[in-house]
Design a protein around this ligand. Sequence first.
Ligand code: SF4
Ligand code: SF4
Length: 243
Amino acid sequence: MADDQKPDRPGEYEVRRPQAKGLRELVAPVAGFGVTFSSMFRPTVTEQYPRQKVPPKPRYHGRHQLNRYPDGLEKCIGCELCAWACPADAIYVEGADNADLPDGGHMSPGERYGRVYQINYLRCIFCGLCIEACPTRALTMTNEYELAGPTREGMIWEKQDLLAPLREGMLAAPHPMVPGTSDTEYYRGEVSGPVAEQVEWVREHRPDDPTLPPEPAGREPEVRRVAQPSGRSARPSARKGAR
Ligand code: SF4
Ligand code: SF4
């Protein structure tokens, strides 16, 4: 280090970077503008959000979604593994027993379902660890990124906000499972839609349910259960849409 870079008085900072000399010392104060000037002639890359919305990449981690089986039952079993895996403590789950629902109705296949499910988007860092922890692929992430809100309370998303919408042919829960099946058949993707017994149960308990199919004149509702393939087990259908 040159002698002129040493502090004159004890306690002063030492200048440790090389000092410009001669012409370079003269243009040093405006040298940074060279970057600005050269950038003026390059194409603009600014995204005109929100007027133009650029779709994110397919594997982008956006807001969560609680998925359903093809007959409308929820995949979440209220196990809380996602909440335990979350490093930001953003998930709150309360499970409950399907046996406590009246007349054999189920919210999900098996014993338990998620009665309360909340994600606090003020805490979530979109790491995706909750997705990895979920044993039923109930929880996945969508590409939605517009999550801002005017209130802190509004940033806590409830189960009804996170549940996947009922697709064409699905029957709103609660209703019984497909007769003769367990949660294993559901997980293996062997249930591909509601069967007549489920439709009849909903028609009896909630005759005004908008997800009921129109009553066929003198015809049984369609039974759309897929037979289990012999040999190897089928892959869970839920994984097809999982991100
Ligand atoms: S994405 Fe990460 S931070 Fe957000 S809820 Fe899941 S585990 Fe928690
Ligand atoms: S989303 Fe998955 S991990 Fe979380 S409570 Fe439901 S089943 Fe368990």
